[in-house]
Design a protein around this ligand. Sequence first.
Ligand code: GLV
Length: 308
Amino acid sequence: MALLYKADPVRGERWRALFAEQAPDIPWRAWPDIGDPREIRYLAAWQAPDNLLELLPNLQVLFALSAGVDQLDLGRLPEALPVVRLLDPGITRGMCEYASFAVLGLHRDMLRYRQQQAERRWQAHPLLPAHQRRVGIMGLGLQARQILATLQPYGFALSGWARSRHLIPDVDCFAGLEQLPAFLGQCDILLCVLPLTEQTQGILDRELFRHLPRGAALVNMGRGGHLVEQDLLDALASGQLSAAVLDVLQQEPAAPDHPFWQHPQIMLTPHIAAMTQPESAFAVLLDNIRRHQRGEPMLGQIDRQQGY
Ligand code: GLV
């Protein structure tokens, strides 16, 4: 019975130390030194190897080392294999920090001031009180709820949209595709933290931007696949959108000639909004392994029909 780790090798060393110290009964293997593949029961990975079950015939659970699981390409994985996403409080904290930074940065016009600094231009612009700034979040799962709670003390007018109906105190909640235009119509800053599925692929497109108030700003901290990149460029060029903060791209890393690099109205970061931290994630992963060993339900198990 062993666990195989297949992700960032530097953080792998921290994982290895935690397992050695706190769960020595679970032998640790790090990709590509997998030892006897028949001994591997658990795979902890960012991306799964091809021919998973041929390679690891006794695999019992695939643990994603991330909050999102689209990069595992669920359609290629055996139906019966449980896939569990990582509900790491460290990821949630990272998402809250990044969302605060992005929303405050957009609220306080930081992209514009950064550009003015480059031009040595000292010019103040009017300041909108936070309660007049309407911030809407797409996706109302665990991450979104914490983000909303983090933004609440600033006094922004908060709303959220999801496929199904949610009730969150002091947040205006919209549900389903029929309420999407009404939700968008009142978002000065739109944040996307949706899971990437067939339904949400390319959801941030021209049609969606058209429903936002003119001059709205976008924050994408979901997946690059949510955004139709050319539509964003067009919306910025026409003034329909004023700015975007993006942590994810269709193709990562961005090509050297990607138009977003130099765009004055886009702030681009290299998928760093949240990073799995072994120190906070270890307890969550180990708890799920113990649950599996006892035959109990694991926390964060993916619904294979829904894709998240
Ligand atoms: C990172 O992108 C994650 O899904 O955890």
